[in-house]
Design a protein around this ligand. Structure first.
Ligand code: SF4
Length: 498
């Protein structure tokens, strides 16, 4: 019997709460935690040593990448619990969620299976990203969401209905909140913590500037127990304040202290540009946030040329992308920090996650516009209109724009059954790394630009041509790497040289 079968049996007997309580207590002690981490390490090492035995469909290096990330997650959580940065109440809440939902059993599994049966074996997306408001208390330079003093927001009923429907139609248990500043959201007297409290069987990750996390807010987060904040930083104090505003870095450190005190696990969110990528991947920076400040995870978002003041000048160069790929994996392997760069770690997600792909997501903005992802500001449908017309999330998934992107993902290798059929997952992004293909889909399906900036980008031939040139240069740098490191072949350029 596998460990997850035992846990499932416990949950089936109505003992989930008791199991979570006892296990949370046990995990507070060093010795049992060491034994558990050692056990998981042994399972992961098997994948590192014999990747083919576990997955013959993907390149062996992809299976190893996933094992390294899994190991980093386990060690990051172990460090946080060991340092006392995760309260017993939150450990208990996470365990309860894991027992009830994490192994995809019970009601959630039944919902997921029903969807698959009704859709020819196609799985629903795994999570949603929702920006309930555009309002933000900061005015960061180059904000991808162009946020500020705007009052646009989702009505509470719509916000809540999207979450509820995703659970009842798709069996979904994970939601990401962004904005604007999610903690500034108010509708009918409710905020994002009310949403998390109402949906306790789900888990929420919230991208926040952190400046609204005072002691009271940290205590509320601890009480809710199913929402983790990922706080944005740009680098050390000088760089963070230069983009986000004077004094913001110190307010962020105060927020982290409040979260540690309350035992709320948190992470950091980093935008990598050609100007700051060396700093945010330096030992000094990572050790400060993961070591000293107690961040459990870090998400790196390579700069995307959309939103306020979009420019191609801040894109990481092709050479920097190669360096970032090497450096990120070095950090994950050697420091065992859970640090994920959504593009360089495309191997861990089977590439692009947008457009409601199986295992992927959709993005809803403050006006109800539904988009393939946070960084693709073109929308074929508004959820408010859809609900008024009696439609559901299932109808949204069928929009031709989303279907066309999913077909592209499929052709790119998402559904490939042999390692050599996969295309380069180190450049997985349809809007930035394959802009020519993206334009073709835009012309074919004609979604609406989300805002003025998205319209300008669409109409600007220099932007289009510049991105296509960037893609070609990135391919020259990353294709040989993919061929050599993942397919075990000499790269295209190497072959030409010989
Ligand atoms: S379109 Fe690009 S940014 Fe969006 S999910 Fe896909 S790879 Fe990520």
């Amino acid at each position: 019997m596998k460990p997850e079968d035992i846990v499932h049996a416990i949950a089936s007997n109505g003992q989930a709460e008791r199991f979570a309580n006892i296990t949370a207590e046990i995990l507070r002690h060093e010795l049992p935690r060491r034994l558990l981490v050692g056990y998981v390490d042994r399972l992961i090492n098997q994948r590192l040593e014999k990747p083919h035995r576990f997955d013959g469909r993907r390149p062996a290096r992809v299976t190893q990448d996933r094992a390294y990330i899994a190991r980093a997650i386990v060690h990051s959580m172990d460090r946080a619990v060991g340092r006392g940065c995760v309260s017993k109440a939150i450990t208990r809440g996470v365990l309860r969620g894991l027992v009830m939902n994490g192994f995809m059993r019970g009601e959630r599994r039944a919902t997921w299976e029903r969807f698959r049966q009704e859709h020819d074996g196609y799985s629903p997306p795994s999570f949603l990203v929702i920006a309930p408001d555009k309002l933000c208390n900061l005015r960061c330079k180059g904000c991808y969401a162009s946020s500020g003093a705007d009052s646009e927001k989702l009505d509470w009923e719509v916000f809540d209905r999207i979450i509820t429907e995703a659970q009842t139609l798709w069996g979904m248990g994970f939601f990401v909140l962004t904005g604007g500043e999610p903690l500034a959201y108010r509708s009918q007297g409710k905020d994002v913590l009310d949403a998390a409290a109402k949906h306790r069987d789900a888990f929420f990750l919230m991208y926040t500037n952190g400046t609204l996390i005072d002691e009271r807010m940290a205590a509320r987060l601890a009480e809710v127990g199913n929402l983790t904040p990922a706080i944005s930083v740009e680098g050390f104090e000088e760089r963070t304040d230069a983009r986000r505003g004077k004094g913001v870095f110190r307010r962020i450190l105060r927020a982290m202290a409040n979260l540690r005190e309350a035992g709320v696990p948190f992470g950091i969110s980093l935008t990598a540009t050609c100007e700051n990528c060396e700093e945010i991947l330096s030992d000094e920076f990572l050790d400060f946030f993961f070591g000293e400040q107690g961040a459990i995870y870090g998400w790196i978002f390579q700069y995307m040329p959309i939103g306020r003041g979009f420019t191609l000048d801040l894109l990481p160069t092709p050479e920097q992308r190669v360096w970032m790929w090497e450096r990120t994996w070095q950090v994950v392997r050697e420091k065992k920090y859970f640090l994920a760069d959504f593009w360089n770690l495309g191997t861990c997600s089977d590439g692009c996650l947008s457009a409601g792909r199986q295992g992927g997501y959709l993005y809803f903005d403050w006006n109800g516009k539904v988009m393939p992802c946070v960084f693709v500001p073109y929308s074929p449908i508004n959820i408010n209109d859809a609900y008024r017309e009696g439609k559901t999330l299932n109808d949204i998934l069928q929009e031709p724009f989303f279907k066309a992107i999913r077909e592209w993902q499929h052709a790119y290798g998402y559904a490939a059954t042999r390692p050599e059929e996969h295309r380069n997952w180190l450049m997985p992004c349809i809007i930035r790394d394959h802009h020519r293909d993206f334009r073709r889909i835009l012309e074919m399906t004609e979604p609406d630009p989300e805002d003025e900036a998205a319209l300008q980008a669409l109409l600007d031939p220099a932007y289009r041509d510049g991105l296509i040139r960037y893609d070609e240069a990135v391919a020259r740098a990353l294709d040989p790497l993919w061929e050599r490191e993942y397919l075990g072949r000499e790269g295209r350029e190497l072959a030409l040289d010989s």
